[in-house]
Design a protein around this ligand. Structure first.
Ligand SMILES: C=C1C[C@]23C[C@H]1CC[C@H]2[C@]1(C)CCC[C@@](C)(C(=O)O)[C@H]1[C@@H]3C(=O)O
Ligand SMILES: O=C(O)CCC(=O)C(=O)O
Ligand SMILES: [Fe+2]
Length: 363
């Protein structure tokens, strides 16, 4: 990282660590209004036990609950998901240890240029100059790989932070494997809920790299001015998030921001833009993360991505003759590149991407 970026990081770090909220961290009222919204999203928790036990009636009821949430705001919480709660706690503990390191230690792995999702970021101060998110992040890519894959998380952590950090990488890999397994189960449920042949959806996700992102939100003196993560829809396909008990995730539902109540045993599932696979039948989830004055907050976010080169085409039964296709053909590789090179992700990324794509398509 060049010195100007490093000094910017240090400056931003100073502001973030002393809770001084400079104008760089202030969000316009229309994006952070009701940041201290108390109203909770009042939704049934989806219990996956019956589905995983192969009980058909339970599976159908589960698919119905999921359908209702996806037609409305694109988010639901699941319990009995099969991910070891001790593993989730272990990841939280190691992530918290990492973020407590001195800034110069963490900055040893600033965002790399060739792997845009590798590495540590401070408030994205290296990418944006305004509306900086009040958070630090560490991210890495995940794909089922062999033990010595150079892109494996344990290799990344060891080479970036030294031998003593290799174990964090192994733990991230275990966590991501569990997340990938759960994601594919949820894709099956989504297929059932849409009346779509599950193999059509699954073939997008069986291979392909996913993204693991850990967010650390320090306390903030002015939680009504700053935002941990601004309003957005994840451009990826499916997101599985575990938040600690502090609370801060909000979803845009029934035309207002509602808090997603934390449950230590639940995982939050939300649809992303690339689930455009449903041709607009299901909603890409609008959400944001607010901060508070008193407690730091951590969220672990697994983003399921389709195979990069596979053209995103909705199943025929979701393309009606009168409505036709909602979106042009695109690949995840094109969409990802758009979010990293041309457009800052927000609530309208997909709409802007399709306009950009059409205007850049050679006839
Ligand atoms: C493809 C991606 C871009 C982001 C990481 C993944 C999925 C979520 C995106 C993001 C988290 C949405 C909010 C804004 C963002 C800039 C961030 O706060 O990190 C987004 C990520 C990114 O562009 O790095
Ligand atoms: O931290 C949260 O609760 C939300 C984070 C988020 O939306 C993201 O990282 O995409
Ligand atoms: Fe998100």
């Amino acid at each position: 990282m060049d010195s100007s970026n490093a000094s910017l990081h240090h400056l931003s770090f100073f502001e973030l660590s002393t809770n001084f909220v400079s104008e760089k961290f202030i969000w316009p009222k229309e994006e952070n209004h009701n940041a201290n919204q108390e109203e909770d999203l009042d939704e049934p928790i989806v219990d996956l036990e019956g589905f995983f036990n192969g009980e058909d009636d339970e599976a159908r009821q589960t698919a119905e609950l999921v359908r209702s949430a996806c037609l409305s705001h694109g988010l639901f919480q699941v319990i009995n998901h099969g991910v070891d709660l001790e593993l989730i706690k272990l990841v939280h503990d190691h992530v918290k240890h990492f973020f407590k390191l001195p800034i110069h230690e963490k900055m040893r792995v600033g965002r790399s240029t060739d792997h845009s999702f590798w590495g540590y970021s401070f408030a994205h101060a290296d990418r944006f100059s305004l509306k900086l998110p009040w958070k630090e992040t560490i991210s890495c890519c995940f794909h089922e790989s062999g033990p010595d894959d150079p892109q494996a998380a344990h290799v990344f952590f060891k080479s970036a932070f030294g031998q003593e950090f290799e174990h964090i990488g192994w733990i991230f890999e275990e966590y991501c494997k569990a997340m990938k397994r759960l994601s594919l189960g949820i894709i099956d449920i989504l297929g059932m809920s849409l009346g779509v042949d599950e193999s059509h959806l699954k073939e997008y996700f069986q291979e392909g790299s996913s993204i693991m992102r850990c967010n650390f939100y320090p306390p903030c003196q002015e939680p009504g001015l700053a935002l941990g993560t601004g309003p957005h829809c994840d451009p990826t396909a499916l997101t599985i998030l575990h938040q600690d008990q502090v609370g801060g995730l909000q979803v845009f539902a029934d035309h207002k921001w509602k808090s997603v109540r934390p449950r230590h045993d639940a995982l939050v599932v939300s649809l992303g833009d690339t689930f455009a696979l449903t041709n607009g039948v299901y909603k890409s989830c609008g959400h944001r993360a607010v901060v508070n004055k008193w407690k730091e907050r951590v969220s672990l976010v697994f983003f399921l991505c389709p195979r990069e080169d596979k053209i995103i085409v909705p199943p025929e039964n979701l393309v009606s003759s009168e409505k036709g296709r909602e979106y042009p053909d695109f690949t995840w590789s094109e969409f990802l590149g758009f979010t990293q090179k041309h457009y800052r992700v927000d609530l309208a990324t997909l709409q802007n991407f399709t306009k950009w794509l059409i205007s850049h398509q050679t006839t």
